[in-house]
Design a protein around this ligand. Sequence first.
Ligand code: NAP
Ligand code: G4F
Length: 321
Amino acid sequence: MKRALITGITGQDGSYLAEFLLAKKYKVFGLERRSSQSKRENIAHLAGKIEFISGDLLDEASLIRAINQSEPDEVYNLAAQSFVAASWKQPVYTSEVTGLGAVRLLEAIRQTDPKIKFYQASSSEMFGKVQETPQTEKTPFYPRSPYGVAKLYAHWITVNYRESYNMFAASGILFNHESPRRGLEFVTRKITNAAVKIKLGMEKELLLGNLDSKRDWGFSGDYVEAMWLMLQQKEARDYVISTGETHTVREFVEAAFGELGLDWKKYVKMNKEFMRPAEVDLLKGDSSKAAKELKWKPKVNFHQLVKMMVENDLKQLSNSK
Ligand code: NAP
Ligand code: G4F
C-alpha cells in the first residue's frame, strides 16, 4: 500500500486529493495545524479514513516528525497562505508560509529520506503581468503580489532541490481551480454564494472589485489527478495545468446569476475595498505538455463549473434557511 502525506489537507485541494488517493488505495496522512475550532468541514465525509498529524509549515521540527511518523512514498505540499489579497496585508507571514514553508518541507525530506517524491503547488499567479499568452512552462515569470513572489521562491527551490540533490521534486503550475469547497473569500464562491443568498431573499447586493480581470478557471477535482500523475512519471518535471479558456469576472457573475434567473446588473456594485494594489489582468494557460506527457485533460468546463457551484450553494443555503 502506497503512503502519502498531504499538507493543506483541510483546504479545497487537500480534500479532493485525499479522496482521489483513498480511491487509489493509498494510506493518507494529513498535516493539520492547531486551531481553536475544527476546520475539517471539507473532509468530514472522510472521517476515520485519514490519519492526522499535527504540524505547521512554520515549524521545521514538526515537519521532520510528520515525515518520520507517516513514512510517505509521496508528499504533496498544498499548504499555503493562499489568498492573494491577504498577501499585501501580511507579506512577511505569506513569505514565511507560502515561500519558506516549501524549503522547510524539502529539507525535512532531504534529511530523513530523499527518495520520497515531492509535489509543490505552484501557481499561475507567478506569471502575473504576463509576458505572453497563452502561458506555458517556458513563459517568463513576473509576479504581481507578495503571494506570487512567495510562490515563485517555492517553485525555484523545488527545481533547485531536484537539480542539487537529484530528488524527485515536481512543481505543478496550476491555474485557478474552483469547486463547491472553495473558500468564501475567493471571487467565484463569493459570487455563487451571494447570488444564491439574493435569490433566497437573504441578501440584497454583492460588492466586488475588478470585474475586468480574466482567469482560466477549472475544477479542483480534475486538477488533483494531474498532481498525482506528475509523481507517477519516470522523471520529475514541471507542468502547466489549465483549461486553455479565459473568462472575465463579469462573465462569471453573469453566468452565476443567470443560473438563478437573476439580472446581475440589479445587484452587483463595485467597491474599492476589493481592488488590489497590483492586478493580474489576464491568465490563460496552455497545458499541452501535460496533455502529451501525463495524458491529462480537464473534464469540467466553465459553465458546468458555475452550475455545480451555484447548485451546491442553493442546496446548502436552502437547507440552512
Ligand atoms: P486553501 O483551500 O486555502 O487551503 C490551504 C491549506 O493550507 C489549508 O488546509 C490550510 O489549513 C493550510 N495551511 C495554511 N497555513 C498553514 C501552515 N502554516 N501550516 C500548515 N498548513 C497551513 O487552498 P487550495 O485552493 O486548496 O490550494 C492548495 C494549494 O494550491 C495552495 O498552496 C495554493 O496556494 C495553491 N494553488 C491554488 C490554486 C487554486 O486556484 N485553488 C491555484 C494554484 C495554486 P487551515 O485549514 O488550518 O487554514
Ligand atoms: O478569486 P481570486 O481571489 O483568485 P486569484 O487572486 O486569481 O488567486 C487564486 O488563483 C491563483 C492561481 O492563479 C492561486 F494561486 C491563488 O491561491 C488563488 O487560489 O480573484 C480572482 C480575480 C482577481 O482579479 C480579483 O481582483 O477576481 C478579482 N476580484 C474582483 N472582485 C475579486 C473580487 N476577488 C476577490 N477575492 N474578491 C472580490 O470581491
